[in-house]
Ligand binder design. Structure first.
Ligand code: SF4
Length: 376
């Protein structure tokens, strides 16, 4: 893409770009980025949805060579630990259990197999599009134990909180949750504080901030000494976020910039935050490939712990292990790219994933594979 010669104003572009995929708007923001950058900067996009946009629209190829994008840990399918996948399979194999999940999770490899193989061996595994369907199933099938695989970040936690509150309120005894819930700021902090980390600025996930608000990111920005730009998911959003990050870096400014004002308010979504807080509490969670990060997970509070599937079902697995050679952790820290992995596009493909980032469209390996980022 060549930069347009027309005059542009970024804020104006963001109000005019009706679809946020407008080519003129993209050219205008790109020109602004090219004009502003003077030195090498490493910018991490946190969210898998943002990684997907970068790959799908091949935006990195349009950026100045001095800007390197680092693909962060914000894909829930990718960071669910292998132990949790093993537990999910164990639970699903109980004869009286109907195990419900979003479709992507069925192909995520555990130590020996994925949920899809458990289903092939006879487990009752159902793909649902809404977690609320699981509650209806529990009401309709009192003879079955209904377990929902509750994965995600602050974006999906409110719906699980609602499920838990409804299950308790309606006295539904045959429903439980296998949770794998994470919070973004703690993970970002852990990655940034890693000695090998080379992140200069962060693009925070707009949909997460729509729930949480911006206060947590203000203190994180000060603590880490980097600018954080709250960014959306369309191509123009992504370029706008990168442009704001470059502006902040070039003028040595830290702090939070909200480049997704059409969805994010400083206070966030108070009702959603209240629900999360009523049902969940923080704990030190294990992230797949990264390890344990303090205070980075959400687990059910005592009042709701009878809904915790890990308390309701016994496990046969004694030890879980990662697949050999998956370099997902190095990719999430910006130290490697998917094409550096010996499995990439050989024995690891979306049809036959070896590691979790090859499963979901938000996984960086799947995004690079799908949009041919490994080809010259
Ligand atoms: S290509 Fe496969 S094995 Fe390699 S890092 Fe990606 S998911 Fe892991």
């Amino acid at each position: 893409m060549t930069a347009s010669n027309r005059q542009y104003d970024m804020e104006d572009i963001m109000t005019r770009a009706a679809t946020y995929r407008d080519a003129d708007a993209m050219r205008g923001v790109l020109r602004r980025i090219h004009d502003a950058v003077t030195r090498q900067w490493n910018i991490m996009e946190v969210c898998g949805g943002q990684t997907f946009t970068l790959s799908r629209y091949r935006l990195e190829e349009l950026l100045p060579e001095k800007i390197t994008m680092i693909h962060g840990p914000g894909c829930p399918v990718c960071v669910t630990p292998v132990e949790t996948i093993d537990r999910a399979i164990d639970i699903a194999m109980h004869p009286d259990v109907t195990f419900c999940s979003f479709g992507d999770m069925l192909r995520v490899p555990g130590s020996e197999a994925a949920l899809l193989q458990a289903k092939a061996r006879g487990a009752d595994v159902q793909i649902l599009y809404s977690p609320l369907e699981a509650l209806k199933m529990a009401i309709d099938r009192p003879d079955r134990q209904i377990v929902f695989f509750a994965i995600g970040f602050e974006t999906t936690a409110p719906i699980y909180a609602l499920l838990a509150q409804k299950a308790v309120g309606m006295g539904i005894g045959n429903f439980s949750l296998l949770t794998s819930l994470f919070t973004v700021p703690a993970a970002v902090e852990a990655i940034k504080l890693d000695d090998q980390c080379r992140v200069d600025a962060l693009l925070a996930a707009g949909h997460v901030c729509a729930i949480t608000g911006t206060a947590e990111y203000e203190s994180l920005s000060r603590e880490l000494g980097i600018p954080i730009v709250i960014t959306g998911f369309e191509p123009v959003d992504m370029l706008y976020g990168i442009s704001k990050a470059v502006d902040a870096l070039e003028s040595s400014r830290i702090g939070v910039v909200n480049a997704y004002g059409r969805a994010v308010r400083a206070e966030g979504n108070r009702a959603a935050k209240k629900s999360i807080d009523e049902v969940f509490e923080h704990y030190d969670a294990r992230w797949r490939g990264i390890g344990v990060i303090k205070h980075s997970g959400l687990t059910l509070r005592r009042k709701f712990e009878h809904l915790d599937a890990t308390r309701r079902f016994k496990f046969s697995h004694t030890s879980s292990h990662e697949c050999n050679g998956c370099i997902a952790a190095k990719i999430m820290k910006g130290l490697s790219l998917p094409a550096d992995c010996p499995h990439f596009a050989t024995d690891c493909t979306p049809q036959s994933p070896v590691g979790a980032p090859m499963v979901s469209s938000e996984g960086v390996c799947a995004a690079h594979y799908k949009y041919n980022r490994f080809q010259p």
